[in-house]
Design a protein around this ligand. Structure first.
Ligand SMILES: [Fe+2]
Ligand SMILES: [Fe+2]
Length: 300
C-alpha cells in the first residue's frame, strides 16, 4: 500500500468503546460495515468487465473475501448482542451511489479511495473496541482489506498513466466522495454526544480520513500538489468536468442505442473471453514438463 498503518491511524489516546455502555452505537457502526461488505456483490459486475486475467483472478478472490466479511460482522454483532438494520443514507451513497461507470472509476474510487476509507475505520475499531474476540476477527479481515486497497492503487496508477483527462476526471469524482465524508462528519458532530471519550473525536477522525485520501491521491499521481494549493475554482472545474464527462457518456449511449440494438456484435464490449489468448497471464505458459530420464527407452 502507498500509506502505512500509522498514516492511516487516528490517535484516540487510549479511549475505548465499551461493549455494554456503547451497545447502541456499536450496533449503528456495525450496520454501516455490514452494508459495506454486502456491496462485495459488485465484484460480480466488475469480474464480467475485468480487463485482464490478473484482475479477474483478483476479483474472484475478493468476492469470496467480502462475503466472508459479511459473516465476520454477523458474528461480531452476535457477540455484542446487536441486530442487523438499515445503513445511513450517506453510507449507501458513498458505497453504492458512487459505483463507477468503468474500470478506472472502480479501481480509483471504490477500491483505492473507498476501501482505503473503510480500512481506516477498521483500524479505528481495532484500536478502540474493548472486546478481544471481536477485535481478533477484525485483525484477520484487515489483512485482506489492505490487499484490496493496494490493488486499487496499483490499477489506478496503471489506468491514468499518460492520460491527463482521466486523471482530472478521477480527481473530480474523488472530490465528491471527500465532500460526502465531510457531510458524514457534520452529521456525526450534531448527533453524537460531545462528552463521549471516543465519539468526541469522530469529526477529527473523518478529517484525518480525508487527509489520508489526499496523500493517496498525491502518491498515485492523481494530483501533483496539495488540494489547498489548487484553489476552489479549479476544484469546482474538476468536479464539473468529471460530471460533464459522465453526462456526455450517458448522452452518447442514448443516441447510439438503436445501433447497439441492431448491431450488437459491432458495439459489444470486448471481454476476457475475446481477449484471453493475448493476455500476459495466459501467454506466460508454465515451463514444459522435464523429460523423465530413461522414459524413452522404457517406452521402446
Ligand atoms: Fe470487506
Ligand atoms: Fe474490501
Amino acid at each position: 500500500m502507498l500509506l502505512n498503518r500509522e498514516e492511516m491511524s487516528f490517535d484516540f489516546k487510549g479511549a475505548k468503546l465499551d461493549p455494554a455502555r456503547d451497545r447502541e452505537l456499536l450496533g449503528w457502526m456495525l450496520n454501516q460495515f455490514l452494508y459495506g461488505e454486502m456491496t462485495g456483490i459488485q465484484c460480480g459486475h466488475w469480474l464480467y468487465a475485468a480487463p485482464s486475467v490478473e484482475a479477474a483472478r483478483f476479483l474472484a478472490r475478493q468476492s469470496v473475501e467480502e462475503l466472508q466479511h459479511v459473516d465476520n460482522f454477523l458474528r461480531i454483532m452476535g457477540m455484542l448482542g446487536v441486530a442487523p438494520a438499515k445503513p445511513h443514507g450517506m453510507v449507501k451513497f458513498l458505497s453504492t451511489g458512487m459505483m463507477g461507470n468503468d474500470w478506472a472509476e472502480h479501481v480509483a474510487l471504490e477500491m483505492a479511495a473507498g476501501e482505503g476509507f473503510v480500512l481506516m475505520a477498521f483500524y479505528a475499531i481495532i484500536d478502540t473496541l474493548d472486546h478481544e474476540d471481536a477485535v481478533a476477527i477484525l485483525r484477520r479481515a484487515v489483512k485482506q482489506e489492505e490487499r484490496h486497497v493496494d490493488f486499487g492503487e496499483q490499477q489506478t496508477m496503471k489506468a491514468i498513466a499518460g492520460k491527463g483527462w482521466l486523471r482530472r476526471r478521477l480527481l473530480g469524482l474523488n472530490l465528491v466522495s471527500m465532500w460526502g465524508v465531510k457531510r458524514l462528519a457534520g452529521f456525526m458532530h450534531t448527533r453524537l454526544p460531545a462528552d463521549h471519550p471516543v465519539l468526541k473525536n469522530m469529526p477529527a477522525f473523518l478529517d484525518r480520513c480525508n487527509q489520508a485520501a489526499e496523500t493517496r491521491m498525491l502518491r498515485m499521481g492523481l494530483i501533483d500538489r496539495p488540494l489547498a494549493e489548487m484553489g476552489g475554482l479549479t476544484r469546482a472545474a474538476r468536479v464539473a468536468e468529471a460530471y460533464g464527462g459522465k453526462a456526455l457518456g450517458a448522452l452518447a449511449r442514448l443516441v447510439t442505442w438503436p445501433f447497439r440494438l441492431l448491431l450488437p456484435f459491432v458495439f459489444r464490449q470486448k471481454r476476457l473471453t475475446d481477449t484471453y489468448l493475448e493476455d500476459p497471464a495466459i501467454r506466460a505458459l508454465p515451463a514444459a514438463p522435464k523429460a523423465v530420464p530413461g522414459a524413452e527407452s522404457d517406452a521402446a
